[in-house]
Design a protein around this ligand. Structure first.
Ligand code: 8X3
Length: 251
């Protein structure tokens, strides 16, 4: 049976990987992002392959816009089966006592509050229908802080607690909750973290073959399609030469 899959932050990285992977699976996609033009291009690419795609342009930080978009979904798009809370970012790698307050707020508003907004809007319908799956994109960064990670790591620790809490609160229903925790994934993640300093971003992946968005999408597709009685609660996905958030062997 085709699922309706809503992916936030669908224009790049893990979100785009998930869009393409679930499209190949024959699912119907609701893709959300801030960049209307890029979102439209991706929708055209997928529609040309025969995939049903609905695009919603909003910023997950804008609760009013998110609410309006979800509450006004066309009738045949309302029963969302899979919510992939992917929109998120890291900004800066400064010591906590020197960090940018604006960067902290952007991370907290997107990674925590945006994820909560989408969850609050979509999960009630899942519980009511006794069917659904929330896949939150957490991070190895949520397992333990690393140098300069401070607030970013805290947001991903929050994603773990929010996932664990939701799993408890929906345990009476057939709704499943997964926290996917990637390690080094080569996307525009580091470029954004370093505010467009591509040379510095490249050093993050130097001497190690990192994961790519598709690697994470493979796992997301697997967990969403596991047998109905199987709830994959959490998955830590690392590059082969990465052991945790701080131990990376570069060759
Ligand atoms: C992304 C992984 O290790 O760069 O969340 O924080 S890491």
């Amino acid at each position: 049976m085709k699922n309706i899959v809503l992916i936030t932050g669908a224009t790049s990285g893990i979100g785009l990987g998930c869009a393409r992977k679930f499209a190949q699976n024959g699912d119907r996609l609701i893709l959300t992002a801030r960049n209307a033009q890029r979102l439209g291009e991706i929708a055209e690419e997928l529609k040309a392959q025969g995939v049903e795609v609905l695009t919603l342009v909003f910023d997950v930080r804008d609760r009013a816009a998110a609410t309006e978009a979800i509450q006004n979904l066309p009738n045949d798009w309302q029963e969302i089966d899979v919510l992939i809370n992917n929109a998120g970012l890291a900004l800066g790698l400064e010591p906590e006592y020197e960090g940018s307050v604006e960067d902290w707020e952007t991370m907290i508003d997107t990674n925590i509050k945006g994820l909560l907004t989408m969850t609050r809007l979509i999960v009630p319908g899942m519980v009511q229908r006794d069917r659904g799956h929330v896949i939150n994109i957490g991070s190895v960064a949520g397992d333990a802080a690393y140098a300069g990670g401070n607030v970013y790591c805290a947001t991903k620790s929050a994603v773990k607690a929010i996932s664990d809490g939701l799993r408890i609160d929906v345990a009476h229903s057939a709704v499943r909750v997964t926290n996917l925790k990637p390690g080094l994934v080569e996307t525009n993640f580091s470029n954004i973290r370093f505010h467009g300093d591509t040379d510095r971003a490249a050093t993050v992946y130097k001497g190690i073959k990192p994961l790519c968005g598709d690697d994470i999408a493979d796992v997301a597709l697997y967990v969403a399609n596991a047998p109905a009685h199987v709830q994959i609660a959490e998955v830590l996905i690392l590059a082969t030469h990465q052991a945790n958030g701080t131990v990376i062997v570069r060759k």
